[in-house]
Design a binder for this molecule. Structure first.
Ligand SMILES: Cc1ncc(COP(=O)(O)O)c(C=O)c1O
Ligand SMILES: N[C@@H](CCCC[NH3+])C(=O)O
Length: 421
């Protein structure tokens, strides 16, 4: 359930008509709902209320400072994968003790910065990273909590570009080799082994891969304890999928996911960390856009809109589907016909949907791409020198711009021409 519904014939975010946001902020623009974000975070809290836990919001899904502040104020921890994400989490007021650091390529600079600023745990993904972290921590006189991210070789049954738990993926330490690596970790200075980490992929619509992966983590935890390690935390990653189509069967709910966690690792008495991103913020956001032209092609009609692949990359990158709906509620008896919905960028790949059924549209009409709150704004670029898409947060009947649209002057001021040219 989200908070984007038609009221008096206009699509609203909570109580704010999207047409009002378009008039005041312009389009394209991302619009998020505070109520949906709050509700979705609460569902994960509830799913784990049977145990000590920390829900670490995956900052990569949406790193806007206001969104992070909202999450942090609700009690979320953060899962970060770069110095930049760490800086954002801290700027949003989240203490280091609630931040876990994941990712295959942490640099020494990032290690130094996060150790100095305070960190809950590093999720270490390789032996070279383990040794580098040991050197950095020891040189700072620190002892940093670590978990090893293990690769359980489980098929997450998701898009191949976002599956991370198979042996051919770059992520994690092969689970079969992990006991040796834990032994090395225990010997190295500057490190304190506290747990096991796993993350098998994103947009999972089936709980069975989780069951398999967490079963392997449970087995490993027992073996590690027998080896003498104190394993007190399990970081079980993120990845729970969302419905991208109104009409298809919905993926499992957080409460069902929480039950899988309880069934597989609940008996170990560990503190549980999870790292959901998409499931919290995906359906808490839409991309609001405006029709520039309705263009007649040969055998097909194009809806040329002012959002483009640089603003919402997922369709071009993964062939992903986002429901497209008119902001003005179509009359009951309105005829629908197929359109190819495309952006203004000079690539045929700048196509959001082919042959999508929409009511008759005219220049200036508003549309919304649903389920765009996760991996939307964060993956946006300025390709074709288009200003980075702005973001708005709605709360009840009020809204605020939480990222402004840069002016052309802002954009130009970042480049410089050397004096010898
Ligand atoms: C380590 C890690 N944690 C958490 C996530 C968040 O995943 P999702 O947004 O699918 O919940 C990801 C992305 O797949 C990730 O790589
Ligand atoms: N960017 C991807 C998700 C990546 C998950 C990151 N580990 C998407 O839009 O679906």
């Amino acid at each position: 359930m989200d908070h984007f519904n038609y009221r008096d014939g206009v699509l609203c975010a909570e109580e704010v008509p999207l047409s009002r946001i378009a008039a005041q902020v312009g389009t394209p623009v991302y619009v998020y709902s505070t109520a949906t974000l709050t509700r979705h975070f609460g569902l994960f809290q509830q799913a784990l209320d049977w145990t000590e836990h920390l829900v670490c919001f995956a900052v990569k899904a949406n790193s806007n400072l206001a969104v992070l502040k909202l999450m942090g104020d609700l009690g979320a921890g953060m899962d970060v994968v770069s110095g930049g994400e760490y800086a954002r989490a801290r700027a949003a007021g989240v203490p280091g003790e609630r931040i876990v650091f994941s990712g295959v390529g942490k640099t020494r600079d990032e290690m130094r910065m996060t150790i100095a600023g305070g960190i809950r745990q590093f999720n270490v993904e390789s032996e070279p990273e383990l040794r580098a972290l040991s050197e950095v921590a020891a040189s700072m006189g620190a002892e940093v909590p670590i978990a090893l991210r293990v690769n359980p070789d489980v098929d997450a049954r998701t898009h191949e570009k976002i599956a991370t738990g198979k042996s051919e993926n770059k992520f994690g330490i092969p689970i079969a080799r992990s006991r040796e690596v834990y032994a090395e970790a225990a010997r190295l200075p500057g490190l304190k082994v506290v747990g096991v980490d796993v993350h098998i992929g994103s947009q999972l619509t089936d709980l069975d891969p989780y069951r398999q992966a967490y079963g392997k983590v449970a087995e490993l935890t027992r073996a590690l304890r027998a080896d003498g390690h104190e394993i007190s935390r399990l970081d079980l990653g993120g990845g729970l999928g969302i419905p991208y189509r109104r009409d298809n069967s919905a993926p499992p709910l957080p409460i069902e996911y929480g039950q899988v966690i309880r069934d597989t690792v609940g008996h170990l008495g560990c503190e549980i960390e999870i790292e959901p991103g998409r499931n919290i913020v995906g359906n808490a956001g839409v991309l609001l856009s405006q029709v520039i032209y309705v263009k007649q092609g040969e055998g097909r009609d194009f809806l040329i809109v002012d959002a483009a692949m640089n603003d919402l990359l997922r369709p071009a990158m993964y062939g992903a589907h986002h429901d497209i709906v008119p902001v003005t509620e179509p009359a009951f008896d309105r005829a629908y016909r197929p359109f190819d919905v495309v952006g203004p960028i000079c690539e045929s790949g700048d196509t959001f949907q082919k042959g999508t059924s929409l009511p008759e549209m005219a220049d200036g009409d508003l549309i919304a791409f649903r389920s765009a709150g996760a991996y939307g704004a964060v993956m946006a670029s300025e390709y074709n020198s288009r200003p980075l898409v702005p973001e708005v947060l709605v709360n009840g009947d009020q809204f605020a711009v939480i990222r402004a649209r840069p002016t052309y002057e802002d954009m130009l001021s970042r480049d410089s021409i050397p004096e010898w040219l």
